[in-house]
Design a protein around this ligand. Structure first.
Ligand code: ADP
Ligand code: MG
Ligand code: MG
Ligand code: MG
Ligand code: MG
Length: 677
């Protein structure tokens, strides 16, 4: 259920007494998964009817399950006042929908950090990599249309990464009273007995506190209400629009408590002719857009995809390989040029999320200190984990710190439990468990509830890729890898196209008919990540990439444009990723599809070609990224004063126009239909 799983959580200081115990339990849970599923393989018996052993082998490897997840904002448009505001009352919407009705849908509705956000996944993973690439397109269209049809008049389910006006004066519709009431109830239950934190009486005072948020700059004047910021202490963002499930406000509070101060998000401001770069209470860092709430990051939307692997070794290889591609796909899907009502110099939201949940203390953030931690718990990965011979020592060049104490414990336990735990997997655990558990439910800490204690650490390490073990001891699901850096796109067609693009690459690692090796030093992968957020990176930046990507030995690395990485070099010395896909397809497709109808094969091939055409139009600059499109929209808006500021009125026109494009009432060449089906 959506709201049922209530519970009472510890604040960070209380949780300190249990961190070590719960981390040890988490490790034991992971080791138990390793014991049960370490040798797990996709079942070959499904293909016993095939007589050709080669075909049988290929078919087995092709039995991929995969799925996507995307998030969107519920935005209410007020046409008479020219306002487009977040509607943080989605829990009410889905209570009215009921559980029975939700069960009948071909998709799953999931809560997210913001009470105005909705995440949707297919209710069953898609099957098979060979045929029916179109499942994702059909399912995505259905999800978006059905959800839209449930929303009350005037509301839009909009797929854009960042809502541009977050934190600007009043940026939400009224918060319904039941939500407010549940927040107060939560504060009561959380604070009454904690030493050193505010008493109940003080909490109530906080609610009455007439602390107003004033517009920071000459934004359009909006009605402003007192702010409730008990969890975050934000000066812009009201905690009552955090999802009412205790997990989310607890995360916000405990990240702040562990850090020792409010989170600080600083994004470089795009400086125009009339931009004001003076310091003020609301812009303490001149030349930057400053934000101070987890919601400025975790209130943004992404597109993620998850792939089942053949076995654990295969998952570990896929994890490494996809990690190299993660920065490239961030740049390709860039859609986040505006934060807190201002144009920024960045096009993607990844760094904003890193900063929004950065729980490292001041000490841990200082490179001079011995216990320095170089990255936030939301970050690109820092360690390759495969034991494949392609993974050379030199690629793991970050020398990233790990929780040595927990590694010692894991090593000892694995020995006791007689489970082989190799050094790479051990270090992976050590890196994950460097982070503290941020959400402990009081009634759950002493219960050994399947894999919950492992998942508490795992699911709050928000990395570019995630290595997912089977979700529980009795699971029928194997080892999976999640790809996490894509920005959500406006239309079902674009989201399907990018998902299929990755799928085509993932498929290279299932068939193994041609050699593919994307390994390169992680320091260069991180440099690519830094470059991926720059304005217009898709056309303006070069990225480090391995050009001998069909060889096993050390990497030959060049700086290439995305156009070259995908479509190859002019002189023919490098065929690009699309070249690999053609090569693979020529060998494998006819063979795999032998027992299927010819027309399905042809349909599938056409669909893939349409995706490749779409990717080509992006990397050649023939269609804009969502980021560039939004930037250009603001800059050419008649009310834009060349001062970097996006007013509520410009925002309304922007959201209104995007709405007509996604509904296909307005045609725009930068949001093509892509598919002929
Ligand atoms: P999370 O938020 O933890 O990443 P979600 O439940 O939102 O997880 O998404 C999980 C994704 O994994 C969904 O797209 C789902 O369809 C997909 N999935 C479910 N079962 C499998 C499976 N056996 N193999 C691969 N993918 C799966
Ligand atoms: Mg999800
Ligand atoms: Mg999500
Ligand atoms: Mg996910
Ligand atoms: Mg999730």
């Amino acid at each position: 259920g959506y709201l049922n799983d209530k519970g009472v959580t510890y604040d960070y200081f209380e949780s300190l007494a249990f961190q070590q115990m719960l981390k040890e339990k988490g490790i034991v849970q992971f080791l138990s998964l390793l014991k049960i599923f370490g040798k797990f393989q996709l079942h070959e018996h499904q293909f016993e009817h095939l007589s050709d052993p080669n075909l049988k082998q290929v078919q087995t490897k092709m039995q991929l399950f995969w799925g996507d997840e995307f998030e969107g904002h519920v935005i209410k448009l007020y046409d008479d006042q020219k306002l487009a505001l977040l509607n943080p009352n989605t829990s009410g919407l889905f209570q009215s929908l009921g559980e029975e009705q939700q069960k009948k849908l071909p998709f799953v509705i999931l809560p997210e950090f913001g009470a105005w956000m909705i995440e949707l996944t297919p209710n069953k993973p898609y099957q098979c990599m060979c045929f029916n690439f179109d499942q994702v397109l059909i399912n995505m269209r259905k999800r978006i249309q059905t959800l839209q049809s449930y929303l009350p008049q005037g509301n839009q389910y909009l797929l854009i990464p960042v809502y541009p006006m977050m934190g600007v004066g009043r940026f939400t519709t009224t918060v319904e009273s039941d939500l407010t009431a549940s927040m107060i109830e939560k504060i009561r239950s959380q604070t009454s007995y904690i030493e050193g934190t505010p008493t109940l009486q003080q909490d109530e005072k906080q609610f009455q506190n007439e602390k107003l948020i004033q517009p920071a700059t000459p934004y359009k004047e909006l009605p402003v209400e007192p702010i409730c910021n008990y969890f975050s202490q934000s000066i812009y963002f009201d905690d009552r629009i955090i999802n009412p499930h205790p997990r989310y406000s607890t995360l916000a509070q405990n990240i702040r408590l562990r850090r020792g101060s409010k989170v600080e998000i600083k994004i470089p401001l795009y400086i125009d002719q009339n931009t004001n770069v003076e310091q003020s209470e609301y812009e303490p860092n001149p030349g930057f857009i400053t934000m101070d709430h987890m919601g400025f990051g975790m209130g943004n939307c992404a597109l993620q995809t998850t792939y089942l692997s053949i076995d654990i070794d295969h998952a570990r290889l896929l994890y490494d390989q996809l990690a190299v591609l993660a920065p490239l796909f961030a740049a390709l899907t860039a859609g986040s040029p505006i934060y807190k009502g201002k144009l920024s110099n960045w096009d993607t939201k990844w760094d904003c999320l890193e900063m929004s949940v950065d729980c490292r203390s001041e000490y841990e953030r200082n490179p001079k200190n011995p216990n320095y931690i170089p990255k936030s718990r939301y970050s690109s990965i820092s360690y390759f984990i495969s034991n494949d011979k392609m993974n050379l020592e030199e690629y793991n060049d970050l020398n990233f710190p790990a929780n040595e104490e927990i590694m010692q414990f894991a090593k000892q336990k694995a020995k006791e439990m007689e489970i082989p735990l190799d050094d790479k997997l051990l270090r992976h655990l050590g890196i994950l468990f460097l982070r503290d558990n941020m959400v402990m439910f009081k009634d759950k800490i002493h219960i050994d509830d399947n894999t919950a204690h492992f998942e508490a650490i795992q699911s709050s390490n928000w990395n570019s890729v995630r290595f997912k073990p089977p979700p529980s001891y009795n699971s029928k699901i194997g080892w999976r890898v999640e790809f996490r850096t894509m920005e959500i796109q406006l239309t079902a067609e674009e989201n399907a196209a990018w998902s299929i693009m990755i799928l085509m690459i993932v498929r290279l690692f299932f068939t193994n008919l041609i050699p593919v090796n994307f390994y390169m030093p992680l320091s260069l992968v991180d440099e690519n990540m830094r470059r991926s957020k720059e304005k217009g990176a898709i056309l303006n930046q070069k990225f480090f990439f391995r050009t001998n990507f069909q060889e096993y030995g050390p990497a030959v690395i060049e700086e290439l444009s995305l156009k070259e990485i995908f479509f190859g070099k002019q002189d023919g010395s490098f065929i690009g990723i699309i070249g690999l896909i053609y090569q693979n397809r020529n060998i494998v497709s006819k063979q795999q599809c032998a027992q299927k109808e010819e027309y399905i094969y042809q349909k599938n091939k056409k669909l893939q070609d349409e995706v490749i055409e779409f990717v080509k139009s992006k990397v050649y600059g023939n269609t804009k990224t969502l980021a560039t499109w939004m930037r250009d929209f603001v800059i050419s808006h008649p009310n834009y004063n060349k001062d970097s500021i996006v007013t509520h009125e410009i925002n309304y026109d922007l959201i209104k126009t995007l709405t007509s494009i996604k509904d296909r009432q307005k045609e725009d060449p930068h949001f093509p239909l892509i598919f002929s089906m």
